[in-house]
Structure formats: structure tokens, C-alpha cells
Design a protein around this ligand. Structure first.
Ligand code: DX5
Ligand code: ZN
Length: 223
């Protein structure tokens, strides 16, 4: 089953708890939370304290996307805060395997993400040891960017790699997902579709998420 994960990066920051409640009521499956440190990416967002507060707003899984250097230093804190999934970047840690193991030791699901210019082969050795592969389809740091078109073959290739090496791994796509391209991205193999501005920038969350889900579940027309 394909799922929608609204990214609260594009939500109204003055009412984050209410925004989460609103997308939950609108049909969101997961809540995607972007954590940025001003080093790995040129932006700063939220930390474990705020995530712990937001935990009270919903029981939906918290999908925490760490765009931070040396994530191994913060796994404890993000686990304590109530994360369900923690995704780290392959470019941000030297000992990727150790950090993934640490996430799983905490009883959480572990994800690994790649920037658009990072060769997919970098995650091949770790694929059997993770729960989720997050393919970035914009350069991380900001919401509202345009989907990098060359990402489609990359999503297909990632799906193929998963099928062959670790079929239980979920494939998540993040960046520039809209009502216009979500179906193509899902057909390329994405299981979890992250969408920030396309949802929070729309007037009616239920209508937007409903339309996205309809596009995900409509039968594929052979081409
Ligand atoms: C970008 C973040 C994304 C971002 C997506 O660094 O990882 O999750 O919020 O925003 P949209 O959907 O607007 O591209
Ligand atoms: Zn993200």
C-alpha cells in the first residue's frame, strides 16, 4: 500500500500541533519531520525538544529525516523524543552501518537517504540492514523546490535494487512531489511519497491528500 507523508517543513510553524492534527484528519499516513543543522544543509529547523512536544498531537508514525552531520551523536535524543523512523544521510556519517545499528537497537526503524548526486551504489552494501531507502529528488534544505526530472530512472533503479537485494525495504521519495507527478513517481516504484508544499500550500488538505491517494490507487494504464 502506497502512503502519503506530509512534510511539516511547509506547515504553519506557529500552529504545528494543529497542522499535524489537520493532516491526520485529512488522511495522512505518516508525519515527515525534517531536521536540519545548518551544516549538512544550508538551513536550520527543529530538534528533539519540539518533536517531543509534537508527539502529543498524533499517534501517526513520526518519520524523522535527519539532514545533520554526525547523526550518531543525536540518535538517543531523537529516539527519546518519540521518533518511529529515523533516516540518516549516507553523506553525513562515516560509520553508516554503526549508526543504522544504533537506530535499530533503540527499537526504531532505520532509513538511509541519498542526495541527488550520490551514486546509488553507495547504499548497496547496507540495503539488507535497513528498513527504508529515501531517495532525495531535490537538493535537501528547503521545501517548495522543483522535482529533478533525472530522478525518475534513479527511483526505478533503486526499486530494482531493493527487489533483488532486500525486498522488505520501503522506498520513499522526497522533494518536489506534486499532484501532477505523484502518479509517475509512484509507478516508478515509490512506496512512501513525501509532500510538503503541495499539501500545506493547498487550501484544502483533505481534498489534496484525497486526490493524491486516488492517483496512487488508480490502476496503472500499460504504456
Ligand atoms: C527538503 C526536505 C523535504 C521538503 C519537501 O530538504 O527533506 O522533506 O520538506 O518539500 P516539498 O514537498 O515542498 O518539495
Ligand atoms: Zn525530508
Amino acid at each position: 500500500m502506497k502512503m502519503i507523508a506530509p512534510s511539516i517543513l511547509s506547515a504553519d510553524g506557529s500552529r504545528l500541533g494543529d497542522e499535524i492534527t489537520a493532516v491526520e484528519a485529512a488522511g495522512a499516513d505518516w508525519i515527515h519531520i525534517d531536521v536540519m543543522d545548518g551544516h549538512f544543509v544550508p538551513n536550520l529547523t527543529i530538534g528533539p525538544g519540539l518533536i517531543a512536544s509534537l508527539r502529543k498531537a498524533t499517534r501517526l508514525p513520526f518519520d524523522v529525516h535527519l539532514m545533520i552531520e554526525n547523526p550518531e551523536q543525536y540518535i538517543d535524543a531523537f529516539a527519546e523524543a518519540g521518533s518511529d523512523w529515523i533516516t540518516i544521510h549516507v553523506e553525513a556519517t562515516v560509520h553508516l552501518h554503526r549508526t543504522v545499528a544504533l537506530i535499530r537497537e533503540k527499537g526504531l526503524k532505520a532509513g538511509v537517504s541519498l542526495n541527488p548526486a550520490t551514486p546509488l551504489v553507495r547504499i548497496e552494501p547496507i540495503l539488507p540492514d535497513i528498513d527504508l531507502l529515501l531517495v532525495m529528488t531535490v537538493n535537501p534544505g528547503f521545501g517548495g523546490q522543483k522535482f529533478i526530472e533525472g530522478s525518475l530512472p534513479r527511483i526505478r533503479e533503486a526499486k530494482e535494487m531493493i527487489r533483488t537485494l532486500a525486498p522488505k525495504v520501503l522506498l520513499e521519495v522526497d522533494g518536489g512531489v506534486t499532484l501532477q507527478n505523484i502518479r509517475t513517481i509512484a509507478n516508478a516504484g515509490a512506496d512512501i511519497l513525501v509532500a510538503g508544499s503541495a499539501i500545506f500550500g493547498s487550501g484544502d488538505y483533505a481534498e489534496t491528500i484525497g486526490a493524491m491517494k486516488a492517483l496512487l490507487t488508480a490502476p496503472t494504464v500499460p504504456v
